[in-house]
Design a protein around this ligand. Sequence first.
Ligand code: PMP
Length: 368
Amino acid sequence: MTKVLVRPEMEGFKPYSPGLSIDEIKKRYGLPRVVKMASNENPLGTSPVVQERLRNVSSLAFRYAQAGSPALTEALAVHLGVPASCVVAGNGSDEIIDLLLRVVARPGVDNVVAFNPCFSIYDVQSRLCGVEFRQARLNADFSFPFDKLLSLTDENTALVFVTNPDNPSGHACPASDLVALAALLPKRALLVVDEAYVDFAEPLEAYSMLPHLGEIPNLVVLRTFSKMYGLAGLRLGYGVMPEWLADLLLRVKLPFSVNILAEQAGLAALDDDIFVSQTLLVVSEGRRLLERELSAMGCKVWPSQANFLMFEPPMDARTLFEALLAKGVIIRPLGSYGMPEKLRVSIGNEEENLEFLAKTAEVLRDHD
Ligand code: PMP
């Protein structure tokens, strides 16, 4: 067989590993119903307002979207109080991460710096771009060691990623710490603050970097519609960045990566204040409940400003994870983040939270 020549980065390339799907687990265990609390999706599902908009615009599916999603970009600009020329919408914020790397990082020359552990797409896409990926280990309490991060940067550092609130720990630092970090980075490095979960941080004003865009020339803020707006399956995210950079991203982006239904859903979601406030309430109450009850069961739980909790059970984490799967509850093991003794659970709705707690209590009791 002829061996086709491929890029050296492809040798043993490990892809992003997503959470297990409901269908997979239903089939594996012959279960009629499965609860998924593994991918930090919205506990209320898809907003009824968005569902109605999708029904109304479904006949438009035959049309190409407008390249660059101008209607959504304008609406986001108004919503966020930033110029539309600074906003780039993408096929999930994953696409913006990929575009940033492709536009600014020179293969074989540049490096990208992030914490360890971190959201694995930074690493996967950096390797794909032929760029060195450097990581600074988080402090033992999962706070951010900015001095270590800075010590890994040099004149070839293209991007520095900080997830705030962080995934998978839920830890968040005040925006003022990131403003201070930005001032210390090498001049050419872009500081990319991934705010996928910032909507759940309390109070938002203390954590979001958006108000600092004007004063920090190399700042990029990433946001997503996958979490608070409940649109993970439609794939919609965006980045807010300096105009010159937005212009470059729009030039290389595949023109229709944000499809026409996703754009309409995004527009409807931005206007749906009721769904947003219900989501925030359910997440905030659920987070308190799960934190209290898991702690009462002897789990170590880390404080979280996101819509998930990281915890360490008083038994083998993998065994608990597998036992929960067999009982129809999917959560996330953190072995792929280098933490096999820890688990992450997304905040569900009230019924899901109670089911997860009851089944976790059963497994812990049976294990004693
Ligand atoms: N950043 C972080 C930290 C995430 O956890 C996720 C989702 N898992 C994303 C970005 C990607 O979000 P999207 O669905 O918009 O691609």
